[in-house]
Design a protein around this ligand. Structure first.
Ligand code: FAD
Length: 315
C-alpha cells in the first residue's frame, strides 16, 4: 500500500480492541493508516487502568510493524504517584517515547471521591511525572569517542514528547469560563510540548480558542481534533459525552438522510470542510478520531485535499 501526502501534517487516534476479531481488524486498519504517512498514531487509555495492557499491545504493534511514531494516552485519575511511575516505566521499556497526559474520565461505577483517593489530580502533574521518570532512567546520553578508549562525550538526554488535551469550547466540568485555558497554561508550564483538542463542529470554535489561548500565553502548537460523524446515533452519543452544542446543519442532514452510505458521505464531507477551514486558518495539522476504521478518516483527508493521492496496492 502506498500514497502521496501534502505538506499538512496529520495524525490519528485509535482505541484498544475489545475482542480477538477486532484486534485482527485493527492491525489491518493500522497498516492502512500507516501507509498514508501520519506524524503519529495515538492509542486511548481507559482511566482506572481498565484497558491499559491492551493499549500497550496496540502501541507495541505500531512500533514494531510500522514506521509511524506511536503515542500513548495515559490517565492519572485515581492513580498514585508510584503506580503511575511504574506504568510510565513499562511504556518506556516498550520503546514508547510520546505521550498524551490526561486527567482521564471516570470509569463507570467510580465516583469523584474514589478518583481523589489517588494522589495525582491533574494532567499537569502527570506531565511532570512522565518527564521525571524519563529523566531518572536516562539523565544523559554517552557516546564513545573514537580513538580515545574509555572516553565518552556526554550530551543532554533526549526528552520525551508530551502532548495534553485542550477544549475549544471549554471543559464540561469547568467551574469558570477560563478554567480550561488556565489548565492548558499549567500543562505547558509543566513541560507539555503539544496540545490536541477535543472535537468541535465549527472552524471558529477552534480558531477563536487558539487566539484566546495565545493571548493568555499559550505558545505550544494546538492541533485540532476532528471527528467524522457518520450516523445520527454516533452524533447523539458524542454530544452526550462531550457536552458540545448541537451542530444544526449536520444534525438535520444525518436525520433526514435515509441510507447509511448517504450518512457516511455527509459526515465525511462535513469533517473534510472543517479540516480544510482550520488548516486554512493556520492550524499546524489535523488529528483525526478514527474509531478504528481507516476508510472514513482517509476519505476525509482526501476530500480536504490533505492526502493528495492514496493508491492501494495490497490489502
Ligand atoms: P486537566 O488538564 O487536569 O483539566 C482540564 C480542565 O478540565 C480543568 O481545568 C477543569 O476545567 C476541567 N475538569 C476536568 N475534570 C474536572 C473535574 N472532575 N472537576 C472539575 N473540573 C474538571 N480520557 C480517557 O480516560 N482516556 C483517554 O485516552 C482520553 N483521551 C483523550 C484525548 C483527547 C485529545 C481529549 C481532548 C480528551 C481525552 N480524554 C481521555 C478525556 C479527558 O481525560 C477528560 O476530558 C478529562 O475530564 C480532562 O482531562 P485533562 O487532561 O484535560 O484534565
Amino acid at each position: 500500500m502506498s500514497c502521496t501526502t501534502s505538506s499538512v501534517p496529520f495524525s490519528f487516534e485509535l482505541y484498544p480492541p475489545r475482542t480477538e476479531q477486532s484486534r485482527e481488524a485493527l492491525e489491518t486498519t493500522i497498516q492502512a493508516l500507516a501507509a498514508a504517512g501520519p506524524r503519529f498514531i495515538s492509542v486511548t487509555y481507559g482511566a482506572g487502568g481498565s484497558v491499559g495492557g491492551r493499549s500497550l499491545e496496540v502501541l507495541k504493534y505500531i512500533r514494531q510493524h510500522t514506521a509511524v511514531e506511536p503515542l500513548a494516552h495515559l490517565t492519572c485519575v485515581g492513580n498514585t504517584y508510584s503506580g503511575a511511575a511504574t506504568l510510565i516505566r513499562e511504556f518506556l521499556d516498550a520503546d514508547i517515547r510520546s505521550f498524551l497526559a490526561l486527567r482521564g474520565d471516570l470509569p463507570a461505577g467510580m465516583t469523584e471521591a474514589d478518583a481523589f483517593e489517588g494522589d495525582l489530580e491533574s494532567a499537569a502533574q502527570l506531565v511532570q511525572l512522565i518527564d521525571r521518570v524519563q529523566a531518572e532512567r536516562a539523565p544523559y546520553v554517552e557516546t564513545d569517542l573514537p580513538g580515545l578508549p574509555g572516553a565518552a562525550r556526554v550530551d543532554p538526554r533526549q526528552r520525551v514528547d508530551i502532548a495534553v488535551a485542550a477544549f475549544p469550547n471549554g471543559h464540561p466540568r469547568s467551574r469558570f469560563p477560563r478554567e480550561h485555558i488556565d489548565a492548558l497554561l499549567a500543562k505547558q508550564a509543566a513541560g507539555a510540548t503539544l496540545a490536541i483538542t477535543q472535537l468541535f463542529f465549527h472552524p471558529e470554535d477552534y480558531l477563536g480558542f487558539v487566539s484566546r489561548a495565545r493571548d493568555a500565553g499559550v505558545t505550544i502548537p494546538i492541533l485540532p481534533g476532528i471527528m467524522p460523524i457518520t450516523s445520527p446515533q454516533r452524533l447523539r452519543r458524542v454530544l452526550e459525552l462531550t457536552g458540545e452544542d448541537i451542530p444544526g446543519e449536520l444534525t438535520v442532514g444525518l436525520e433526514i438522510e435515509p441510507t447509511p452510505e448517504g450518512q457516511r458521505e455527509l459526515g465525511v464531507a462535513y469533517a473534510a470542510k472543517l479540516a480544510r477551514a482550520v488548516v486554512d486558518g493556520g492550524a499546524p495539522g489535523v488529528h483525526l478520531y478514527a474509531f478504528n476504521n481507516h476508510d472514513t478518516v482517509l476519505a476525509v483527508l482526501r476530500e480536504a485535499g490533505i492526502l493528495t493521492s492514496h493508491k492501494e496496492t495490497a490489502r
